[in-house]
Design a protein around this ligand. Structure first.
Ligand SMILES: Nc1ncnc2c1ncn2[C@@H]1O[C@H](COP(=O)(O)OP(=O)(O)O)[C@@H](O)[C@H]1O
Ligand SMILES: O=C(O)C1=C[C@@H](OP(=O)(O)O)[C@@H](O)[C@H](O)C1
Ligand SMILES: [Mg+2]
Length: 169
């Protein structure tokens, strides 16, 4: 099995939201790897970060992503940092990978209202988000086969555009 598409991009880009709505529109299953990590470990992501640290979270994430890519022909939404793994980037080759692009300002607005993302917690969120993008932007770009801007576009509009891009595939 192979997913119809895999969604990547930074926190707040809409991977979970667009993933759910795109899967509905195409009548496919959604696998959100963050939800899958929480389901299989029985713990929340902040708990894993706090008690075991980021490196352990990344190990769990790597194996959950590997399994998700094998186990579904639906839509897979990754966590924002999944592409930091060399092995995950290798596994993504040959897949339809959609990079949901977002500006720093809009990414901060969309993630600002909650503290569910341990990587953005503590310190100045803007500096953290900029730093994160500096490191990751080249990795998102390299892994993507489709890119779509999401600033100022409603989820419905983003999904509409993705449905038509995927039809050409
Ligand atoms: N295109 C969009 N326009 C406006 N708000 C959005 C859009 N996509 C997502 N959001 C909102 O941004 C927040 C983060 O979205 P989420 O799907 O959790 O992002 P991600 O999984 O990429 O971190 C949510 O509150 C969601 O409703
Ligand atoms: O960017 C990151 O490193 C992370 C993003 C989160 O997912 P979202 O991108 O869906 O917020 C989640 O996987 C974890 O908190 C780490
Ligand atoms: Mg998400």
């Amino acid at each position: 099995m192979k997913p119809k598409a895999v969604l990547i991009g930074p926190p707040g880009a809409g991977k979970s939201t667009i993933g759910r709505r795109l899967a509905q529109a195409l009548e496919l299953e959604l696998v959100d790897t963050d939800a899958e990590i929480e389901r299989t470990t029985g713990r929340t992501i902040p708990e894993i970060f706090t008690h075991d640290g980021e490196p352990r979270f990344r190990e769990i994430e790597e194996s959950v992503v590997r399994e998700a890519l094998e186990a579904t022909d639906g839509i897979v939404s990754l966590g924002g940092g999944a592409i930091l793994s060399d092995r995950t980037r290798e596994l993504l080759q040959g897949h339809t990978v959609i990079y949901l692009e977002i500006s720093v300002a809009e990414g901060l607005r969309r993630t600002g209202a909650n503290n569910h993302r341990p990587l953005l917690a503590g310190g100045d969120p803007k500096v953290k988000y900029q730093e994160l993008m500096r490191r990751r932007r080249p990795l998102y770009r390299r892994s993507a086969t489709i890119r779509i801007r999401t600033d100022g576009r409603s989820p419905a509009r983003v999904v509409g555009q993705l449905v038509s891009k995927l039809q050409d595939k």
